[in-house]
Design a protein around this ligand. Structure first.
Ligand code: CP
Length: 310
């Protein structure tokens, strides 16, 4: 399976799956951000969406469910732990079973990179698949809601210094963010964190790397903090005490950034490790705006795809 293979659009160039960001143009991204402002409630009666979360989630799962309900869509939460997969049923048999129940869309989160893409290949154009986060690969709807949040506070993407701080190596959020920010041609993307938490291909990402927090967030318009993704590390790569000392965002360290910097975090937050409560709950924080943006953006993406389905 080639997870970069573009199967998101059908032959008529209509969006049928939402699996990653890299095949979208700047114009397509901006159109989705605009749609998120105007998408109407209760416009898709009669459509059915099933959520398949093989990994825990609070924000993504709940905002997809709220978004679907606001669109008038029937939303089914598949309880994976108590589903027939626990009796050895394969993912393919599970999705064929749900296909027989006339589902129109699957929202899929999995700890293994590429599973949403694999499911999309299995179902073809009959059922749409949205990637709700796969392994350390991609989290495209998170990147879209992050762009939506940035656009709300900052006028022009092309003028922005954006700093992404933390465990880039294991972060699917960071991968989708870097792709989106490059497509939207932001001025600088600064990547900050310990060298052993950086991906090997960092030179190919069109980013500026720094291993010092204050240097990396200097004159930043946007700071995006990430959590240490311990569940994806084979061994402890840094102690949380050392991490906090060097990369934890505090009220004092934020002074290197611009005065009107916005501080973002996709969550879940580990207070006192990557960010202090003073900052997470402070005047520059837009973390809860990101959560709310998740509903609007997911309504926009689901409506864009489902309106094309018969
Ligand atoms: N940002 C994000 O994916 O959070 P959840 O794991 O709570 O969905």
């Amino acid at each position: 399976m080639n997870i970069n293979h573009n199967i998101q659009f059908n032959d008529d160039k209509k969006l049928i799956h939402f699996l990653n960001i890299q095949n979208l143009s700047a114009q397509q991204i901006l159109e989705i951000l605009e749609l998120a402002d105007t998408v109407k409630s209760k416009s898709l009666d009669g459509k059915t969406v099933a959520s398949l979360f093989f990994e825990p989630s609070t924000r993504t799962k709940t905002t997809f469910e709220l978004a679907a309900k606001r669109l008038g869509v029937d939303f089914i939460n598949i309880d994976i732990a108590n589903s027939s997969t626990s009796k050895g049923e394969s993912i393919v048999d599970m999705i064929k079973t749900l296909e027989a129940m006339q589902c129109n869309m699957f929202v899929v989160r999995h700890s293994t990179s590429g599973i949403p893409h694999y499911i999309a290949e299995q179902v073809g154009n009959k059922i749409s698949v949205i990637n709700a986060g796969d392994g350390a690969h991609a989290h495209p709807t998170q990147a879209m809601l992050d762009m939506y949040t940035i656009k709300k506070y900052k006028t022009n993407f092309k003028d922005l210094n954006v700093a992404i701080v933390g465990d880039i190596l294991h972060s699917r959020v960071a991968k989708s963010l870097i792709t989106s920010l490059n497509i939207l041609r932001v001025k600088n993307i600064n990547i900050v964190g310990p060298k052993n938490l950086m991906p090997e291909n960092i030179d190919e990402l069109n980013v500026i790397y720094s291993d010092k927090l204050e240097e990396g967030i200097d004159q930043a318009d946007v700071i995006i903090m990430l959590r240490l993704q311990k569940e994806r590390m084979r061994e402890a790569l840094i102690s949380t005490d050392d991490y906090y000392k060097e990369f934890g965002l505090t009220k004092n360290k934020i002074k290197s950034a611009k005065k009107d910097v916005i501080v973002m975090h996709p969550g879940p937050i580990n207070r006192g490790i990557e960010i202090d409560s003073d900052v997470a709950d402070g005047p520059n924080s837009v973390i809860l705006d990101q959560v709310s943006a998740g509903i609007s953006i997911r309504m926009a993406i689901m409506s864009l795809i489902l309106k094309n389905k018969s």
